[in-house]
Design a protein around this ligand. Structure first.
Ligand SMILES: Cc1cc2nc3c(=O)[nH]c(=O)nc-3n(C[C@H](O)[C@H](O)[C@H](O)COP(=O)(O)O)c2cc1C
Length: 350
């Protein structure tokens, strides 16, 4: 049986050394009250660390209460939240895994709040993941002062994440949330500098984040490299955005797609195994930065192939890790797996 040599090999970016190439991507749990992590989050993240994941990225964690995609989403707008995160970070580190956190704001995709904001007052037309409980609302257009305040809030949340001991920060610039809303011609029709230069907001958030991060800590930026809806931007535009974010300070790009609204058959890839790898490949070629590929990669050999072909440096396994926290330990038997087996479990792998 072939060894999963690439999947099980270490990877380093700046001060972040990951023991293998497996990333748990951010996945909202909708289990928080007042933005505070609790026992569910502790068990959820620490069990993936026990299961051998190299880098865990905590779900979208919001810079302000009106940035949540539900009232049960996590936040980092106060120090009490920061202190709760620290216990998760320490427990993940005790399992020899690394942990990052995705910092974001939902903008016009916020649900369960009356203060919905966006670059432009255009309502989101996509399907509502919260079902009938909350409806998308017409957002109000952000003033320039409010944009400056939001950038400051991103910075403060990143600062708290650094204080909580996270190994890296991920900015959520994908899936139709606030930074993506600024980047997209569909949702940003402003006439000021934020509309004339749609990547400016993302660039300013990246620079603000970097200003409070240790110089050797990598910043991951998650992007939608292609929109999947009607009149969505294509991968060429996604690569221009990626280049701009790379020169602003992104160290790793986490390459996803869509989230911009109703899917359009002509813009959406078929949802097959590895369906977004072409985006990761294009962004890596355009920027020369390390990239994380994501999207139905839970076949171990497929994930290994994506790495061996050079299309990506890391692979994120989302729903596969929800189904199986021990996805890494369930790789086909191979000598290179042994470093990830917790010592008390070794006899099960004799
Ligand atoms: C329950 C759930 C919650 C998610 N929440 C987030 C999130 O907080 N931030 C984000 O960027 N993507 C989120 N995603 C998208 C995943 O990170 C990932 O990109 C997607 O599931 C595709 O990967 P997969 O095929 O391996 O599951 C979520 C996906 C799921 C299934």
């Amino acid at each position: 049986m072939p060894d999963l040599f690439y999947l099980n090999s270490p990877f380093t970016v700046k001060s972040l050394s990951i023991k293998n190439r497996v990333v748990m991507p951010p996945m909202c749990q909708y289990q928080a009250t007042d933005g505070m992590p609790n026992g569910w989050h502790f068990t959820h993240y620490v069990s993936r660390a026990v299961g051998g994941v190299g880098l865990i990225i905590v779900e979208m964690t919001n810079i302000a209460p009106n940035g949540r995609i539900s009232p049960n989403c996590l936040g980092l707008w106060n120090d009490k939240q920061r202190d709760k995160f620290k216990s998760i970070v320490d427990a993940v580190h005790a399992q020899n895994a690394k942990i990052a956190i995705q910092i974001g704001h939902a903008g016009r995709k916020a649900l369960g709040t009356d203060d919905v904001v966006a670059p432009t007052a255009i309502k989101y037309d996509g399907s509502n993941e919260a079902g009938d409980r909350w409806q998308y609302q017409m957002p109000r257009e952000l003033s320039k002062d409010e944009i400056a305040e939001l950038i400051q809030k991103y910075k403060e949340s990143v600062q708290r994440a650094v204080e909580a001991g996270f190994d890296a920060i991920e900015l959520h610039a994908a899936h139709g949330y606030l930074i993506h809303q600024f980047s997209s011609p569909k949702s940003n029709r402003r006439t000021d500098e934020y509309g004339q230069d749609r990547f400016l907001f993302g660039e300013q958030v990246i620079k603000a984040a970097k200003s409070v991060m240790p110089a050797d800590m990598p910043l991951i930026v998650r992007i939608s490299a292609q929109e999947y809806g009607e009149q969505g931007y294509d991968v060429e535009y996604g690569c221009q955005m990626a280049k701009r974010f790379a020169s602003a300070g992104a160290d790793i790009l986490h390459v996803s797609g869509g989230g911009d609204g109703h899917l359009s058959a002509s813009h959406t890839p078929l949802f097959h195994a590895g369906y977004q790898v072409y985006l990761a490949r294009a962004v890596k070629q355009a920027t020369q930065l390390p990239v994380i590929a994501v999207g139905m990669l839970e076949d171990h050999y497929l994930a290994d192939f994506v790495l061996s072909s050079g299309d990506a440096d890391l692979v994120a396994i989302g729903r596969g890790l929800l189904r199986d926290p021990y996805w890494v330990l369930h790789t086909p038997p191979s000598a290179s797996l042994s470093p990830f087996i917790p010592t008390p479990y070794e006899r099960a792998f004799d």
